[in-house]
Design a protein around this ligand. Structure first.
Ligand SMILES: [Zn+2]
Length: 422
């Protein structure tokens, strides 16, 4: 119990000031006192490393041992952190380990996408405590979807947590956004009334809490990074392949600034100036090779030119062929579909290697349909790796996302936690 005794001794010489214990909300502000900055730093390190000993905190902060003990004691008193067992001894008694009190406060993450709208309740460790989804169809107008979101949050605040325990609500949405004002400007893949939707203002007014908005792929990158990669790297790209090709980036351990209306710009990087014309007007954008519409239209074109394929019997008319059917045909050994999909995945791998060349990232998460099938995923990674061979020292880790369906919603909640702690 040497550490507890030390804490008591230290407290005798360094009494905690003012008799007011810190709360998480105290960490926000431009003019924090130096003590508050130190508390925030120690709390942030414990959050980042999940479980740490006092010696590790001393090593990471470079504070003197008594100062670190004092800060940890204050965080313990405020119940922001708690003890979490003991670690390995390096000779003396085993050291206490500390972790953040994950249920001290909660955040709500909302993700609005073409397929589903999702509402999740998260603790400070970004563990999903509750999740509800709305399948999006032609009836899901902005008003109706907002009603679903509001009633879900009301349920959470009645049944799961008190309003005072809620730090805020993060929203992830595809499309063109005004992130500062919290407005969804437009979304090509939702109903027409998803235009100029002042979603942050409405939820803020209804629940009297902080509400922030950002793009889905950007927030998926943030959530995936904080939950699974933060300790090991400070740079990461998270790519999402679907009807458009999107990307979120982490640089120096922080979300790279994004403007909210260029989420799909990864898809408009030009791979071949002599390629087909893109909806943006340019020729040979990555999207014209590696998006779902590009793959579908290539399969349809070649079938109409007379090539045989298993999907001919799966869709009538053939223009209605689904990506799932194409992937199913690939599994059955269909040569045409395999050829089209392989080319698309190769182009996607080139796009990813370009991302690495430009940004020197060391971790790439490949999300969306490119990760849905081993053949696609392996082709993407192989192509990217081959191009990166030019730099033998360049070691990039490629992975699939660990949170596949709710990654954007988790990231939306993470955006709120980051606001208070980073
Ligand atoms: Zn384009």
């Amino acid at each position: 119990m040497i550490e507890l005794r030390t804490i008591r001794l230290i407290r005798h010489y360094y009494p905690i000031g003012c008799g007011v214990t810190t709360v998480l909300e105290d960490f926000v502000g431009r003019t924090l006192s130096s003590k508050m900055k130190s508390l925030k730093l120690v709390y942030g390190l414990i959050r980042k490393h999940h479980i740490v000993s006092m010696a590790e905190l001393v090593d990471m902060t470079k504070y003197k041992y008594p100062s670190c003990v004092r800060l940890v004691e204050e965080l313990l008193e405020a119940q922001l952190i708690c003890e979490n067992g003991v670690g390995e001894s390096s000779g003396g008694r085993k050291p206490f380990l500390y972790t953040i009190h994950s249920n001290y406060r909660y955040v709500i993450g909302v993700a609005i996408a073409q397929g589903y709208t999702r509402v999740v309740l998260l603790n400070l460790n970004l563990d999903v405590l509750h999740e509800r989804v709305l399948k999006m169809d032609a009836n899901c107008t902005a008003a109706m979807t907002l009603q679903f979101i509001v009633s879900e949050i009301e349920w959470i605040l009645t049944e799961r947590i008190a309003s005072s325990e809620l730090l805020g609500i993060g929203i992830a949405a595809a499309g063109s956004l005004d992130t500062k004002a919290g407005i969804i400007q437009s979304n090509l893949y939702l109903t027409d009334d998803w235009a100029h939707v002042r979603i942050a203002e409405q939820l803020q007014h209804r629940f009297n809490t902080m509400v922030k908005l950002n793009n889905g792929s950007v927030l998926a990158a943030l959530g995936e990074y904080r939950k699974n990669y933060w300790k090991d790297t400070d740079s990461l790209a998270y790519t999402v392949s679907g009807f458009s090709l999107r990307c979120g980036m982490i640089a120096n351990g922080q979300l790279l600034r994004n403007n909210g209306y260029m989420e799909d710009s990864f898809g408009h990087t030009v791979i071949d100036i002599h390629g087909p014309q893109c909806q943006c007007g340019a020729f040979g954008c990555l999207e014209t090779y590696a998006s779902i519409p590009a793959i579908r239209s290539e399969v349809v074109k070649r079938i109409k030119q007379g090539e045989a394929s298993l999907v001919t019997d799966m869709a009538d008319p053939i223009e209605r062929v689904h990506m799932e059917e194409i992937l199913h045909a690939v599994e059955q050994g269909d040569r045409l579909c395999r050829d089209v999909v392989e080319k698309a995945a190769s182009y996607y791998g080139i796009g990813i290697s370009n991302l690495v060349f430009m940004n020197h990232i060391d971790t790439v998460i490949i999300g969306g349909f490119m990760a849905s099938h081993p053949f696609l995923y392996d082709t993407v990674v192989q192509t990217a790796r081959q191009r990166l061979l030019h730099y033998p020292k360049c070691h990039v880790t490629f992975s699939k996302p660990q949170s596949t369906y709710n990654g954007a919603a988790i990231g939306a909640g993470c955006m709120i936690v980051d606001h208070f702690i980073l």
